[in-house]
Design a binder for this molecule. Structure first.
Ligand code: ADP
Ligand code: MG
Ligand code: MG
Length: 210
């Protein structure tokens, strides 16, 4: 079944909020070991901003929910704030007002999110960034969606690709962001932004299956 259900947008954002809040200490620890240490705080500020976005009442549709996440991240400093902000803005465009995205539209929106992150961040695959988790997830999702897989299986394949790639960032040397200043001493430590991106794809899978 290619359809995503009516509650998809709300579940994506509430699932992701919980997993990012839970992971913030560990993500901060990774950035302390292999960056400048502020990523945990940046995640916390984003989730606090999200709470403020939602204060006035729940968004009406998928686009509204994911736009709230975008606005939350656009208000955060660091490199990740604007990049995640622009990423979610493109992800929100998978569906029009009052609509739920189908799997093909979600795959293309995720691809657009990858493109905007790479346009502004100028990171290629292998530079030890969130792009390393996002790129294989986009490929897996497009392949699965194109071969007629249902939403849960397609997003499951994308999540697995993102998690495997996030783990693989432990072997990479950073060429972008503040982590590039610590060079090879980051070897063995996963990239926190790639881990956060794997949580994003995981939330899409969990929401689709809920
Ligand atoms: P900063 O590096 O400015 O301290 P954060 O700590 O908020 O930024 O975010 C760090 C994460 O952002 C990294 O783990 C990496 O995944 C991601 N990142 C950093 N620079 C880039 C970039 N140029 N393109 C894509 N992602 C990046
Ligand atoms: Mg940092
Ligand atoms: Mg920083």
């Amino acid at each position: 079944d290619h359809a995503l259900h009516d509650d998809f947008g709300r579940l994506v954002v509430t699932t992701l909020r919980e997993s990012l809040e839970g992971a913030a200490p560990a993500l901060g620890d990774l950035d302390r070991r292999a960056g400048d240490g502020d990523f945990g705080d940046n995640v916390r500020v984003a989730m606090k901003n999200l709470g403020r976005e939602l204060e006035g009442g729940e968004p009406a549709d998928y686009r509204g929910w994911v736009t709230a996440m975008s606005r939350a991240w656009l208000g955060v400093g660091g490199t990740s704030g604007p990049l995640f902000g622009m990423f979610y803005r493109d992800l929100a465009r998978a569906a029009g007002d009052g609509e739920v995205p189908d799997l093909a539209a979600l795959a293309e929106a995720l691809a657009a999110g990858q493109a905007v992150v790479q346009k502004y961040g100028e990171a290629e695959v292998g530079d030890r960034t969130m792009v390393d988790a996002l790129a294989p997830a986009v490929t897996a999702l497009r392949e699965a969606a194109g071969s007629g897989a249902d939403a849960v299986h397609a997003l499951g394949a994308a999540e697995k690709a993102a998690i495997d790639a996030a783990k693989g960032t432990a072997e990479l040397t950073a060429r972008r962001g503040r982590a590039s200043y610590v060079g090879d001493s980051a070897k063995g430590v996963m990239d926190p932004g790639a881990c956060a991106m794997a949580l994003v794809v995981g939330a899409l899978r969990a929401a689709a299956g809920a």
